[in-house]
Design a protein. Structure first.
Length: 132
């Protein structure tokens, strides 16, 4: 009985080898949404268009983040559709290149509607609201 227990112990230890991670490598697009104060922008719609023109529709979590696993390396189009209460003065569409088994982080800033901070100084100057 002891030899059997010893063999099972060694087999168990061999399967727990620390030679590498047990999870498979992944290709990931990591999206981070912040508001104009730097706070998480909450749940917003995200559309990722794959190189094959297939769309992946998802939403960020409450902390303004979402990690999207994609099958292959390539060039992807990431678009954010802000929820009610947010606007943007910058493009909410970005093209990103993802390497095989790599992660690319895509940051977006959403501006709160109804605040002066949703118009950068240049835009406020152009529309004559302020001369920064």
């Amino acid at each position: 009985m002891r030899p059997l227990i010893t063999v099972l112990l060694f087999v168990g230890l061999a399967s727990c080898s620390s030679r590498g991670a047990t999870a498979p490598d992944a290709t990931v697009i990591s999206i981070r949404l912040r508001d104009d104060r730097g706070a998480p922008a909450g749940r917003n719609q995200v559309i990722v268009t794959l190189p094959t023109a297939t769309r992946l529709d998802t939403r960020t979590q409450g902390d303004g983040t979402v990690d999207i696993g994609v099958a292959d390396a390539g060039v992807y189009l990431v678009r954010v559709i802000p929820r009610e209460g947010y606007v943007s003065t910058t493009s909410l569409t970005k093209t990103v290149t993802v390497t095989s088994n790599g992660t690319v982080v895509v940051d977006f800033t959403l501006y709160r509607a109804g605040t002066d901070s949703n118009f950068p100084c240049l835009l406020r100057t152009i529309v004559g609201v302020s001369n920064c």
